[in-house]
Write a protein that binds this ligand. Structure first.
Ligand SMILES: *[C@@H]1O[C@H](CO)[C@@H](O)[C@H](O)[C@H]1NC(C)=O
Ligand SMILES: *[C@@H]1O[C@H](CO)[C@@H](O)[C@H](O)[C@H]1NC(C)=O
Ligand SMILES: *[C@@H]1O[C@H](CO)[C@@H](O)[C@H](O)[C@H]1NC(C)=O
Ligand SMILES: *[C@@H]1O[C@H](CO)[C@@H](O)[C@H](O)[C@H]1NC(C)=O
Ligand SMILES: *[C@@H]1O[C@H](CO)[C@@H](O)[C@H](O)[C@H]1NC(C)=O
Ligand SMILES: *[C@@H]1O[C@H](CO)[C@@H](O)[C@H](O)[C@H]1NC(C)=O
Ligand SMILES: *[C@@H]1O[C@H](CO)[C@@H](O)[C@H](O)[C@H]1NC(C)=O
Ligand SMILES: *[C@@H]1O[C@H](CO)[C@@H](O)[C@H](O)[C@H]1NC(C)=O
Ligand SMILES: *[C@@H]1O[C@H](CO)[C@@H](O)[C@H](O)[C@H]1NC(C)=O
Ligand SMILES: *[C@@H]1O[C@H](CO)[C@@H](O)[C@H](O)[C@H]1NC(C)=O
Length: 588
């Protein structure tokens, strides 16, 4: 990959203080969170896979990360543009050095694969080693020009590690707050104020939908849809002006900002940023505890919620670049955190560079907006520091992060008021020694990663069995918010988007606020939240209600052929802890 001048300039601008002039940077670890690429929009029928454009966006993102953390610095330049991670394998993928985490949404795991193709491209060379030579003298090469096989952990919501990627999913209080946000006075008046704009696009762009869903409360799915149509439908491309597309984007940003950032004393809206922060800190801690050996590179894939939450929690949205950090990132955008130290220049970066003491470690935050070739990676100061203070010491970073990160999984369960297997197991204290171990493996810096891993795996299995039994015994079911039958005409129909990207059901919200728009009585609201079927599962007790709602929504065209069949895959299934659908032991 060649470096564009633009990139060079951007990176020059972030070269650290002059005092470090005679030193060179050694990067020890990096954690990168990437927004998935373009997908089939959730307002379409599924399957919701990645589009070719989306795959190329993520391929590009992976190449940029390769350039920064793997490739050697460009051609002996005095300014180190690349920040190669010390000891990270450069050509041949070494899965033991990395952790690659994705949710199991197909467009997100697809994004992870595309990114990894850019990070470790096919070797495209004849490799002569023991594993390629056969006893009879034949050479056997990997297919597709030496394609490399990444170990991507695709997590489902039954795995507690899922919360690091999407802390908002399955978080009951987050969902409740979303509804409260829509019903709040300010939002309602914004809805009224933007109603004309949305309706003006009803024929040209949103021609396929019931007018009642074309409103600010559905701003994100509508923007996602419009962008997709703009990219792929000739007549929309010709008629939708860029200004109007941008306006749709701004309104989607407005809506999602409200959903994903703290309001008043209520921080659970920003839960996705809190859990992400915890994961970043944990990965760096593991790297430090292992003297730079483990967790060199962590790449995570998810949606935009963690971005917005983190922007707001970390002070990016109030810092020197505030205006840029209140809007949705573009597809394939990345947040990267890097842990590094300075070493005297002539030692250079080499494998025997000793791991520094914690006092000599630095952290830097980098953001790349979109995947245009000319989009640079730019360092920004966190925690309301000044523009010249993008680099912070490890302890400054730890202190800043600890202001909002959750300290263990049970914090997530509590803040979210979540109901699921692992929370049930942690909270019901069926085995107090087990939960202690769990806590330990999260916070311990003394355990070697291998030991922590073994404990973690055992604990997961233990918790899982215990939790399943408990839920069976307790008769697992989750009640939704009561709906107020008398408010029928004012109800907001909220379409619940399943994690597989479609709309699998609807929730009627008792609405005390008058949501009357110019278009008539109620407004339909599609909630962009990939809530797992924990909350929507057609359990025997709620089945009747949901199926009637499904029908209602299906008549509204938006969700006609959504695939409901996945429910059982994600759900708790029959009361059998070893039942086929749930596979919680895969990940630690
Ligand atoms: C490195 O720079 C030299 C001269 O400055 C040039 O001849 C060479 O092609 C460059 N190599 C690469 C890989 O850019
Ligand atoms: C060597 O073994 C491989 C795999 O069993 C086989 O495909 C190949 O034809 C063999 N080559 C020769 C020269 O026998
Ligand atoms: C789009 O934007 C333009 C001005 O930017 C406005 O005149 C027009 O009415 C908008 N709506 C449509 C459907 O083009
Ligand atoms: C493209 O959009 C127009 C409306 O603007 C619609 O009539 C047409 O069916 C769409 N084409 C496809 C392939 O969806
Ligand atoms: C990213 O791009 C969007 C426009 O697509 C813009 O609104 C936003 O401010 C940009 N964010 C940053 C941090 O540059
Ligand atoms: C690598 O680092 C060690 C210790 O800092 C130094 O002695 C050695 O010369 C370096 N090797 C190279 C090839 O730079
Ligand atoms: C990429 O950036 C260039 C220059 O900033 C711009 O002209 C071009 O339209 C952008 N491409 C895309 C796909 O955004
Ligand atoms: C979560 O929701 C429950 C029930 O509505 C409430 O009692 C609890 O205080 C909420 N917790 C937080 C942290 O908001
Ligand atoms: C486990 O908790 C119970 C009460 O919930 C307590 O009586 C018991 O002593 C605890 N066991 C251990 C090992 O802490
Ligand atoms: C749960 O276990 C912890 C430690 O194992 C103990 O401190 C706590 O009191 C227990 N809670 C209940 C309700 O048993």
């Amino acid at each position: 990959m060649a470096y564009t001048p633009h990139l060079l300039v951007a990176l020059l601008a972030l070269t650290p203080a002059l005092a470090q002039d005679l030193q060179t940077q050694t990067t020890w670890a990096a954690v990168v969170f990437t927004f998935h690429g373009e997908q089939i929009p959730s307002l379409h029928d599924g399957p919701y896979n990645l589009t070719p454009l989306g795959a190329n966006q993520l391929l590009n993102a992976g190449q940029v990360i390769r350039d920064r953390y793997i490739s050697a610095p460009v051609n002996g330049s005095e300014i180190t543009i690349a920040m190669p991670i010390n000891g990270l394998s450069s050509d041949e993928i070494d899965n033991s050095q990395m952790e690659v985490l994705s949710t199991n949404d197909e467009y997100i795991s697809g994004s992870a694969l595309a990114f990894m193709q850019g990070l470790y491209p096919p070797r495209n060379t004849i490799v002569l080693d023991e594993e390629s030579e056969l006893g009879n003298g034949t050479l056997e090469q990997f297919p597709l020009n030496g394609y490399q096989y990444p170990n991507i952990e695709t997590l489902s919501t039954v795995d507690y590690n899922y919360i690091w990627l999407a802390g908002n999913v399955g978080c009951t209080n987050y969902s409740i707050n979303e509804v409260n946000t829509i019903e709040a006075q300010g939002f309602t008046s914004d809805m009224v104020a933007t109603a004309d704009f949305y309706q003006s696009l009803a024929d040209s762009v949103f021609w396929d939908f019931d007018p009642s869903i074309i409103n600010l409360a559905n701003a994100y799915p509508l923007y996602e849809y419009a962008l997709f149509e703009y990219n792929h439908n000739r007549s929309v491309y010709d008629t939708l002006s860029l200004a109007n597309l941008t306006q749709l984007q701004n309104l989607a940003s407005l809506q999602q900002w409200d959903f994903n950032t703290p309001t008043g004393g209520n921080t659970v809206n920003a839960i996705a940023g809190q859990t992400l922060a915890t994961k970043v800190f944990t990965q760096f801690s593991h790297n430090i505890a292992s003297d730079g050996v483990s967790d060199k590179l962590t790449v995570m894939f998810g949606s935009f919620e963690p971005f917005l939450s983190f922007f707001s929690l970390s002070g990016l949205s109030t810092g020197p670049s505030a205006s840029a950090f209140t809007s949705l990132p573009e597809y394939g955008s990345m947040m990267a955190f890097e842990l590094f130290s300075y070493t005297p220049r002539h030692t250079g970066m080499n494998l025997s560079t000793p791991f520094p003491s914690t006092d000599d470690l630095w952290v830097r935050f980098i953001f790349r907006n979109g995947t245009n070739e000319s989009d640079p990676m730019i360092a920004y100061p966190l925690f309301n520091r000044g523009n010249s203070e993008v680099d912070m010491t490890w302890s400054e970073f730890a202190q800043g992060i600890s202001g909002f990160a959750i300290s263990e999984v049970s914090d997530w369960c509590t803040s979210c008021n979540a109901v699921n297997l692992f929370c049930e197991a942690i909270e019901s204290n069926l085995s107090n020694s087990t939960s202690q171990h769990l806590t330990q493996s999260f916070s311990s810096k003394n355990l070697s990663p291998a030991i922590a891993g073994v404990i973690g795996a055992t604990v997961t299995l233990g918790l899982f069995i215990i939790g399943s039994l408990a839920l069976c015994l307790l008769g697992f079911r989750i009640e939704h918010r009561e709906r107020n039958p008398s408010a029928q005409t004012r109800d907001l129909g909220v379409l619940e988007r399943s994690r597989s990207g479609g709309f699998k059901g609807a929730e009627k919200l008792a609405s005390d606020t008058d949501l009357t728009l110019k278009t008539g009585a109620g407004a339909s609201v599609i909630r962009h939240e990939r809530v797992g079927s924990w909350e929507l599962n057609e359990s025997p007790t709620s089945g009747g209600r949901h199926s009637s709602l499904d029908k209602e929504i299906e008549s509204g065209r938006a969700v006609s052929n959504a695939d409901y069949s996945r429910n059982s895959e994600d759900g708790i299934g029959p009361c059998n802890p070893f039942g086929d659908p749930v596979k919680p032991v895969d990940h630690v």
